[in-house]
Design a protein around this ligand. Sequence first.
Ligand code: NAD
Length: 254
Amino acid sequence: MQRFQDRVAVITGAAGGIGRATALRLSEEGATVIAVDLDEEGGGSVAEATGGAFIRADVTDEAAVEALFARVRGEYGSVDAAFNNAGISPPDDDSILTTSLDTWRRVQEVNLTSVYLCCKYALPHMRAQGKGAIVNTASFVATMGAATSQVSYTASKGGVLALSRELGVQFAREGIRVNALSPGPVDTPLLRELFAKDPERAARRLVHVPLGRFAEATEIAAAVAFLASDDASFVTASNFLVDGGISGAYVTPI
Ligand code: NAD
């Protein structure tokens, strides 16, 4: 499939697990991928693997985000897809009873304000082109409650979901689609290490997943590729859950 032939895709958090897998997937399908991250080594390695470019930018910095999208349009001719995916999940974001205001604010900045900024500065280019697809990374915790709280993270992802829905509706008739992608837990090195050390913690979570395992980053990338492509031409303002069935489950198979 070459669904992204002659298209330019900007991916934030491209050095991370989901971002990297998506950069590889979109470039395999013909996209020119602009990888954006704070991590120069990881971002550079993604650019090498995709044959695209790496731009170091902090997605919480308004001037940097505005300049990023202007540069991409100026140098590569268009901004066809924006995958606003950078995010953090720090250990000090925990129960509301113990999470400090500083931690709350930092997580809101990186996870939610960044998505506001990336949409704000990608949209004018897409409006000028009369087309574009935005995919914002939320999470299944925007839809489900967890007693293992990460309170600011969850609230930030709820914000990403509501923001995406609103933009999807507002810009629908201008040829621009905006969707929230809500992954379930993904098998990243961090998660594996955490749960290898503590099998009970892993079991507590896995029992809720009908498919009985965590997602591979490539499975999330496949969903982004669909949402950002013309195959999803009638999909906008959606909460696209790729969660192994978690959000639909009451009792799971043994
Ligand atoms: P990751 O930590 O592997 O990647 C995140 C990337 O974002 C990192 O490369 C980091 O350097 C970058 N980043 C952080 N702050 C930044 C900033 N201010 N500016 C630019 N780049 C910045 O995480 P991941 O697992 O690939 O997650 C990607 C997205 O998916 C996140 O939004 C995360 O919340 C979401 N998500 C992950 C899971 C999961 O289980 N891994 C589940 C649901 C949702």
